[in-house]
Design a protein around this ligand. Structure first.
Ligand SMILES: Nc1nc2c(ncn2[C@@H]2O[C@H](COP(=O)(O)OP(=O)(O)O)[C@@H](O)[C@H]2O)c(=O)[nH]1
Ligand SMILES: [Mg+2]
Length: 231
């Protein structure tokens, strides 16, 4: 990575950060240093409410006076995937806040693979001086789960009807999770998935929390547990 560009990223220049991330997406090497900023991975099936939960977490992090960078890894959609567009809309409360940086990353065709590119971008975002880094992936494929290996704490977010999937867990997301969140607490059901997750959680002393991301209910408990996990 170009040294003067990296200097600008370190000085807090967000345009330089955007440029540097794009260069990594294009196959350029990253900053060559492993950042020490805590990375929180948020994964789970599409539509579980990951992005909504992240928007709430960002609000709570800002309330603490801390700053946060968010990386949404979407390997399939380089420009205008519906999910990414939706994420941006939900994050709009934070637009213009210099303490929040949100970026979706396309990595189609990246030579080192998705996880390598995501690692470079997270290290770069660490150089930009954020207190927290959040990374969202869909927990359905092997490469997305690999991205979660970069995180210091992994949160698996599921909806109330995910009970049957806990046992199957083809992608291995239950395995990598340090915290389980059953979202959409305002919806019926959820007992089955909570029971199944508690069984998986017990084996590794992880917690199962319930949230309603759309109202923010329970999200403070998620941040508290995540802070404990990375602390
Ligand atoms: N009823 C309800 N809907 C929610 C909740 N959290 C998210 N949603 C909705 O679920 C849909 C998918 O949310 P999103 O955050 O994009 O999920 P993601 O694909 O996991 O990132 C959106 O329409 C959200 O408004 C919740 O707690 N309750
Ligand atoms: Mg999302």
């Amino acid at each position: 990575m170009d040294a003067s560009l990296l200097d600008r990223v370190r000085s807090g220049d967000r345009k330089a950060l955007a440029l540097a991330i794009s260069s990594i997406e294009g196959g350029e090497p990253g900053p060559g240093r492993v950042s020490t900023t805590p990375v929180v991975g948020i994964t789970g099936p599409p539509g579980a409410g990951k992005s909504t939960l992240i928007a709430e977490l960002v609000t709570l992090i800002r309330d603490r006076g801390e700053t946060v960078g968010v990386l949404a890894v979407d390997p399939s959609s380089p420009l205008t995937g519906g999910a990414i567009l939706g994420d941006r809309i939900r994050m709009q409360d934070h637009v213009g806040d210099p303490g929040v940086y949100v970026r979706s990353m396309a990595t189609r065709g990246h030579l080192g693979g998705l996880a390598a590119a995501a690692a470079d971008v997270l290290n770069l975002m660490g150089e930009a001086g954020f207190d927290w880094l959040l990374v969202e992936t869909v927990g359905v494929g092997q490469s997305e789960v690999e991205v979660m290996n970069l995180a210091d704490a992994v949160v698996l977010v599921v909806g109330p009807s995910w009970g049957d999937h806990v046992q199957a867990d083809k992608a291995g997301v239950v395995e990598v999770a340090d915290l389980f969140v059953v979202n959409k607490g305002d919806r019926p059901g959820g007992d089955d998935v909570r029971r199944a997750l508690r069984e998986a959680a017990e084996r590794k002393d992880a917690k199962v929390l319930s949230t309603t991301a759309t109202t923010g209910e329970g999200v403070d408990g998620v941040l508290e547990e995540v802070a404990r996990l990375v602390g």
